[in-house]
Design a protein around this ligand. Structure first.
Ligand code: ADA
Length: 568
């Protein structure tokens, strides 16, 4: 299941999930390797006992049969972390980055047998600028859903939906991208339907031979229901293409959208014109049974626990999330800070020749595939990536600029640990700090926050919303001690109580995210100093068992109104 709704009623698609042939690869892929093993897709190969800690390359193989000559497209929602794709022993594409979708077009594929092979690599090397030994784990495998599409010669590539409030009405700006695979121009009718009753007519469109075209049209709509955390109204947007004078569509494309507007107003965030406070968690996609390939029910369990403890938002630390989790957030009104992949890179690591291109692709794929999710209210980049160092400012500038060029409807930020030294705050719409006053720093949270706010005002943050993007403390689940030592659940509860009292009440803050929702696996090597080779700052442990602090978090979040009554 790729999404929480059917994405096509006309276009024929096949789900390629299930058991693929599998084989660890020691040397180069020759195309003649036998596959002696099997592996479930989607899943992490670490879930197989023979691959528990495997870091390297592996071969996946699946044979399909098509009934007619077709334009085929393989769609991969996530492969961790590098994929080379072969069809019938011919390389047809590749992709870097575990957390964003990619697809491979196979025009005019003959009918009959096709052998699909992926060489998947989760190793660390100079070829990988973003996946590295880190305070989270880079798993291996085809970890998100895979499907096969049969495309008409002219098909709908993408549709972008942008809602804007117009007084009591809403404007729906819809941009459509078509692709013509055949050797002559094609003129078609493009029609849409929003919800059950709103028809959208885009008229005739001509697509030149072998080209892509995009066009947009705006519709002002009365009586549509807003999307909000309290009432997350969603509409199916169904687009269809018709050849002239034909009543049956040749292609279609369906997404789910919501009418909501997010704005920065002074030092506040407004959702549909009303100030909001983001109270939430940082969450890694990580689970002791499933790795990063959490099935939908496990993703639902996480969302349910976050909501039960009173959170209204989640930060996808530190990479774009599974579209099904974003669909769940759309459905439940959970606000999302979505982040491009990067954590804790040094200036030297960002000099890796692959860094800029790998970052650019990850950001573009995040934007193009997740743009229509109403739950996403903030985009972010470069978590704790040396923003105190003038040498990296141009990376912040280009990545924030890349997002703004594509989407001017959402604020952009980055999480900084450059306290009193950040040189990039002027580039961001929202100032976001990771602060561990009651864990690493052992200082008074309020004193630290006040002095940081004062410094920020004269270093690029004047008048901007401020968010504490991370705060927290560690606790090893089950370590209970009246001595309240480091790693005891009591110590974590004390630290979080002090943090929450500060960050949920500070009048100038617009949000605060606990680091982190649940314990997660970290990478062997320089991170294995962490107990259990896990980041233990979860309010819940890896199995989602609540630590002592969970009740305090629930009480503090539930007492904090997520929507301000007035702008302070
Ligand atoms: C940083 C980082 C997080 C995590 C955290 C910690 O703020 O952004 O990914 O590593 O520190 O647990 O120390």
């Amino acid at each position: 299941m790729e999404r929480l709704f059917q994405t096509h009623e006309i276009r024929y698609t096949e789900d390629l999930e299930g058991i693929w042939e599998f084989q660890k690869l020691d040397g180069d892929f020759t195309g003649c390797e036998p596959c002696s093993e099997k592996m479930l897709v989607p899943s992490c190969w670490e879930m197989d006992p023979s691959c528990r800690g495997y870091r390297g390359r592996a071969l996946y193989r699946k044979v399909i049969f098509t009934k007619r000559k077709s334009n085929l497209r393989l769609v991969f929602k996530g492969v961790s972390h590098t994929a080379e794709v072969y069809v019938n022993k011919k390389k047809v594409g590749g992709h870097y980055g575990a957390y964003t979708p990619f697809s491979i077009l196979l025009p005019d594929a003959p009918e009959g047998r096709h052998e699909i092979e992926l060489v998947v690599d989760n190793s660390f090397s100079e070829a990988s600028a973003l996946h590295k030994e880190n305070d989270y784990y880079t798993y291996g495998g085809i970890t998100r859903p895979v499907s096969l599409e049969y495309l008409n010669n002219v098909y709908i590539e993408k549709v972008f939906f942008t809602p804007r409030r117009c007084g009591n009405a809403w404007e729906a700006q819809i941009r459509v991208e078509l692709h013509n695979l055949c050797g002559k121009p094609a003129t078609l009718l493009c029609k849409g339907q929003l919800g059950r009753h709103i028809s959208l007519d885009f008229g005739e469109v001509t697509v030149p031979a072998g080209r892509k075209v995009s066009f947009e049209k705006s519709f002002v709509l009365q009586d549509v229901k807003e999307w909000s955390p309290e009432s997350p109204a969603l509409y199916l947007l169904k687009m269809a293409l018709f050849f002239m004078n034909e009543n049956y569509p040749v292609d279609d494309w369906i997404d789910r959208v919501g009418f909501r507007e997010i704005q920065v107003s002074g030092n506040r965030l407004l959702l549909n014109g009303r100030p909001i406070f983001l109270k939430g968690y940082n969450r890694h996609e990580d689970d002791p049974q499933f790795g990063c390939a959490l099935p939908l029910a496990a993703q639902m369990r996480d969302l349910a626990l976050m909501r039960e403890t009173g959170a209204n938002s989640v930060r996808t630390s530190h990479y774009p999330n599974d579209e099904r989790f974003l669909d769940l957030c759309d459905s439940y009104g959970m606000l999302v800070w979505e982040e491009a992949h990067a954590r804790g890179l040094s200036p030297e690591e960002m000099e890796n020749p692959a860094f800029e291109s790998q970052s650019r692709v990850c950001i573009q794929e995040m934007l193009e595939n997740h743009y229509n999710h109403p739950s996403i209210v903030i985009w972010a980049v470069l978590n704790e990536c040396s923003s105190w160092d003038e040498r990296v400012r141009h990376h912040y500038e280009s990545q924030i600029g890349q997002i703004r060029d594509f989407d001017r409807t959402r604020p952009v930020t980055y999480a900084s640990n450059a306290h009193f030294s950040d040189r990039c705050l002027d580039l961001a719409d929202i100032v976001s700090y990771n602060i561990y006053a009651n864990w690493y720093d052992d200082q008074d949270a309020w004193e630290k926050l006040k002095s940081l706010q004062e410094w920020t005002r004269t270093h690029g943050g004047e008048g901007k919303p401020m968010v504490i993007s991370e705060f927290g403390a560690g606790a090893v689940y089950g370590f209970r001690s009246m001595g309240r030592e480091h790693w005891s659940e009591e110590r974590q509860a004390d630290s979080l109580q002090a943090d929450l009292a500060c960050y949920l009440q500070a009048p100038f803050l617009t949000g605060a995210f606990i680091w982190q929702f649940c314990d997660c696996r970290v990478t062997e090597g320089n991170w294995s100093s962490r107990p259990k080779t896990q980041n233990n700052k979860g309010v819940f442990d890896a199995y989602r068992r609540p630590k002592l602090s969970a009740e305090d978090v629930k009480k503090a979040f539930r007492q904090k109104d997520g929507s301000f009554q007035k702008i302070m």
